[in-house]
Ligand binder design. Structure first.
Ligand SMILES: [Zn+2]
Ligand SMILES: [Zn+2]
Length: 318
C-alpha cells in the first residue's frame, strides 16, 4: 500500500509540480545534494540527442532546431527573465499569458518558479544561500547540479506575489509539462506534413523531434546554465556589485544579451543589459521591436546615475 501510495504521489507530482504531500516547506529544508531521481529528466534530454544516429539530418530539421533555439532563448531572456522576473516592461494580460506559454516550451519549468529562484539569486548573489553560485559551490554545481536537488524544486510563492495574483500564470506554473508536450506534438505534426507534402526535404516526424526538441533544447539548456556558471567566473567587471558577476561578449551573443551579467547585477530593472550601443543585446532589440508594434510598453531603461557610476569607476579597456 505504501509503495502504491508512493507511486501515485510520484505520478501526480510529475503532472502537478506544486504537489508535495510532505509539504513544500519541508522539501525546501532538505539538505542540498545531487539526487538521481531529479537527474532523470536531464539524462533523458541528453540521451534523446543520440536519436540522430537513427533519424539522420536534413536542412529542414537543422534550421527548425536553430529557429527554436533563438525563439526559446528569447522566451527565457526577454520574457521569463526581463519581463516576469524583473518587470522591465509592461504588456496586456492576454499577451502575458502567451509569453508564459511560450516560455514553457523552453523546458525550464514555469515562469513563477524561474522568477522566484532568480530573485533569490539577486538577493543573495554568491552568498552561501545562493542556489547556483560557482564561487561558493563549484562550477558544475552552479551549472547543473543545483537543479537536481529537491530543495530547489518547489516554487517559493512568497517571492512572486506580484505574479501569483494571476491564476492563469499559477496554472501554467503548476502544469509546466504542457510546454514540452505542445512542442513535441507540434514538431511531430510539422515533420509528418513536410514528409508527405515535400518529401524532397528528407525529413519526417522523428527527425523533427530529435532536432527541434532534443538537440535544440539541450543546447538551449546549457547556454542558459552558462549564465549561472560562466557569467560568474569569466569576463570583465564594470561595476563593483559585491558579487562575481561578469560581462562577456561571447556569452551575450550565445544568450541574446544575457552575457552583460555584471551590468545586469548593477541595475536589474532595465530591459537592456548591454548598457552601451556596442554591447550587443539582441533580446533588447526584440523588446524594442515589440514596443514599436504596441505589444509591450513602458520599457525601462538605465538611469543616468548608473552610467555616471560606470564612468566614475573607469575600468581598464572602457
Ligand atoms: Zn547572476
Ligand atoms: Zn536577473
Amino acid at each position: 500500500m505504501t509503495a502504491l501510495r508512493k507511486l501515485f504521489d510520484s505520478i501526480i507530482h510529475v503532472i502537478d509540480s506544486d504537489y508535495f504531500p510532505e509539504g513544500a516547506d519541508e522539501v525546501r529544508n532538505k539538505p542540498e545534494k545531487l539526487e538521481f531521481s531529479r537527474s532523470v529528466p536531464f539524462i533523458i534530454l541528453h540521451i534523446g540527442c543520440l536519436g540522430v544516429i537513427w533519424t539522420g539530418w536534413s536542412w529542414a530539421a537543422v534550421i527548425t532546431a536553430g529557429v527554436l533555439y533563438v525563439v526559446r532563448m528569447f522566451a527565457i531572456t526577454g520574457l521569463y527573465h526581463r519581463y516576469f522576473c524583473h518587470r522591465a516592461y509592461k504588456t496586456s494580460r492576454p499577451v502575458q499569458f502567451l509569453f508564459a506559454l511560450l516560455g514553457l516550451t523552453a523546458v525550464q519549468r514555469g515562469p513563477l518558479w524561474w522568477a522566484a529562484v532568480h530573485r533569490h539569486h539577486h538577493a543573495h548573489s554568491d552568498e552561501d544561500v545562493d542556489a547556483h553560485s560557482p564561487v561558493c559551490k563549484g562550477f558544475l554545481w552552479s551549472h547543473v547540479g543545483w537543479l537536481t536537488s529537491s530543495r530547489n524544486f518547489p516554487t517559493d510563492y512568497k517571492k512572486v506575489r506580484d505574479l501569483e495574483k494571476f491564476p492563469e500564470l499559477v496554472f501554467l506554473n503548476r502544469f509546466d509539462l504542457i510546454g514540452p508536450f505542445l512542442l513535441i506534438g507540434g514538431l511531430a505534426v510539422f515533420g509528418a506534413v513536410l514528409e508527405s507534402l515535400a518529401p524532397g526535404l528528407g525529413t519526417n516526424a522523428w527527425q523533427m523531434i530529435v532536432w527541434g526538441f532534443f538537440i535544440s533544447t539541450t543546447v538551449l539548456f546549457h547556454a542558459t546554465c552558462a549564465i549561472n556558471s560562466f557569467a560568474h567566473t569569466l569576463g570583465g567587471k564594470r561595476f563593483d556589485t559585491g558579487d562575481e558577476s561578469r560581462n562577456s561578449l561571447i556569452l551575450a551573443l550565445v544568450t541574446l544579451g544575457e552575457g552583460w551579467h555584471n551590468n545586469h547585477h548593477q541595475y536589474q530593472s532595465s530591459a537592456r543589459q548591454g548598457f552601451y550601443w556596442w554591447e550587443i543585446d539582441i533580446s533588447y532589440y526584440i523588446i524594442r521591436t515589440l514596443g514599436a508594434l504596441g505589444i509591450v510598453w513602458d520599457i525601462r531603461s538605465v538611469p543616468d546615475n548608473v552610467y555616471r557610476s560606470a564612468q566614475a569607476r573607469k575600468p581598464a579597456g572602457q
